[in-house]
Design a protein around this ligand. Structure first.
Ligand SMILES: [Zn+2]
Length: 213
C-alpha cells in the first residue's frame, strides 16, 4: 500500500511517518532527504544539485521527479512508500500519478492529520513552564501531567515566547500552500481525515487500523 501523509506543522506527521516505517518496513519518501542523500553520492546529478543549492536556487521539479522515479521503481520499496511532504502542488499530484501508473502502482491511502488553527493557538497559549525542572507542560493538551507533575504546581509559570508567531505563521503558510492539493484529494474515496489532536499512540492506532485492512 502506498500512502500519502499530510498534516500541518504541529500535527505530529513526522512521528507517525517514523512509526509506519518502523512497524511496516516502509520507505519514507521526503524530497528533502532524497536531495540530501543524492548529494552525498557524488554523481553527475549530485553535482548539479549542489551547484543549484550553492547558488541559492531552487532544485527544479525535474530533478526531484528523477529521484522519485528511482525510488518508485526500486523493487525493494514496491507498494511500501509513504510520501511525506510530497506532492505539494497540483502539477506534482499529476506527475506522481503518472510515475506510479508507469510503475504499475498507485496511491492507496491519503491520510490527513487534521489540526485546526484554534487548536494550534490553544496549544501555544496553554504552555506552562516549570521553573524548577524547566519542563514545558500544557494545560490544554496534557492536563494529567500537570496535576501529577513531580515538582508540584508551585513553580508553574505561563510561558509565551517569540516562537509563537513563527508557529502560527508556519501553520498558515502550510494551509495556504497545501489547500489546492487537499481540495483535490478530499473527493478521493481513499482520503481519510484523522484527528491530529489525539494522543500520539491513539493516532498510531487509527493509522494501523487503516493499514491492516
Ligand atoms: Zn518541574
Amino acid at each position: 500500500m502506498n500512502i500519502i501523509l499530510f498534516g500541518p506543522p504541529g500535527a505530529g506527521k513526522g512521528t507517525q511517518a517514523k512509526h509506519i516505517v518502523k512497524k511496516y518496513n516502509y520507505f519514507q519518501l521526503s524530497t528533502g532527504d532524497l536531495l540530501r542523500d543524492e548529494i552525498t553520492k557524488k554523481t553527475e546529478l549530485s553535482e548539479k544539485i549542489s551547484k543549484l543549492i550553492d547558488q541559492g536556487e531552487f532544485v527544479t521539479d525535474e530533478i526531484v521527479e528523477d529521484l522519485i522515479i528511482k525510488i518508485i521503481n526500486n523493487e525493494n520499496y514496491k507498494n511500501r512508500i509513504i510520501f511525506d511532504g510530497y506532492p505539494r502542488n497540483i502539477s506534482q499530484v499529476k506527475k506522481l500519478e503518472k510515475i506510479l501508473e508507469n510503475a504499475n502502482q498507485k496511491i492507496d491511502k491519503i491520510l490527513y492529520l487534521d489540526v485546526s488553527k484554534d487548536n494550534i493557538l490553544k496549544r501555544i497559549s496553554g504552555r506552562i513552564l516549570c521553573q524548577k525542572c524547566n519542563e514545558i507542560l500544557n494545560e490544554f493538551t496534557n492536563k494529567e501531567d500537570l496535576i501529577n507533575h513531580k515538582c508540584g504546581t508551585e513553580y508553574f509559570k505561563k510561558r509565551a515566547d517569540d516562537n509563537d508567531k513563527t508557529i502560527v505563521k508556519r501553520y498558515d503558510t502550510y494551509m495556504e500552500v497545501t489547500k489546492p492539493v487537499l481540495d483535490y484529494y478530499k473527493s478521493n474515496p481513499n482520503f481519510i481525515k484523522i484527528d491530529g489532536t489525539l494522543k500520539i499512540d491513539e493516532i498510531s492506532g487509527k493509522i494501523e487500523e487503516i493499514l491492516n485492512v
